[in-house]
Design a protein around this ligand. Sequence first.
Ligand code: B4P
Length: 192
Amino acid sequence: MLNIVLFGPPGAGKGTQSELLIAKYNFKHLSTGDIFRANIKNETELGKLAKSYMDHGKLVPDEVTIQMLEAEVNKANSTVGYIFDGFPRTKAQAHALDAFLATKNTSITLMLALEVQEPELRTRLAERAKTSGRPDDAEPSVIQKRIDVYNNETMPVKAYYQTQNKYIGVDGIGTVDAVFNRLIEPLSKLEV
Ligand code: B4P
């Protein structure tokens, strides 16, 4: 079983690359952003709560996010493995994920991190705003807030996996296919 954390700043291409990884490896995809957006669309209580944070570029509180993620893993019950896309985004989430996976006799195999610099992130998110209908893409000040939150609250998660020797940084600039080929290189070694 391979469990991958796909990491990177907002707009780095986590969602884009997850789709390709799933097509190749049959992983179960768990994107906390997608799950929150589905709840917003269905106007659930969780959706209303998540929206009040997401629209301002803030993280949804850990307690709510961790509980939701664990419920989704239990529902999915994959034997191939999971791609955690956009989770963990705080050290508390990383600790909780390790503890939770241990109860299932498994663990995170690798963190694959898409490295993309800020000007490119701003360009991509502004471009996506034209078609996504996402309020958090539409406003440059909200995009900046998401990047700041990433630098302050999410970056420490990188060190968490580095100390476990599980961190692999990948250049996220280039065509989608070129980035994908860089991402699967470490995975192909694991498959042997
Ligand atoms: P997410 O849904 O995770 O969104 P993201 O970081 O904006 O997107 P991603 O990196 O997946 O970008 P994409 O592939 O689409 O989070 C949204 C919000 O949800 C957070 O701000 C937070 O409020 C909340 N949330 C989610 N998880 C949470 C958690 N664990 N804890 C608390 N809160 C949480 O790519 C972006 C654009 O770039 C696309 O338009 C794409 O076409 C383009 N692109 C991709 N690859 C490219 C390439 N190689 N070259 C050029 N363009 C490319």
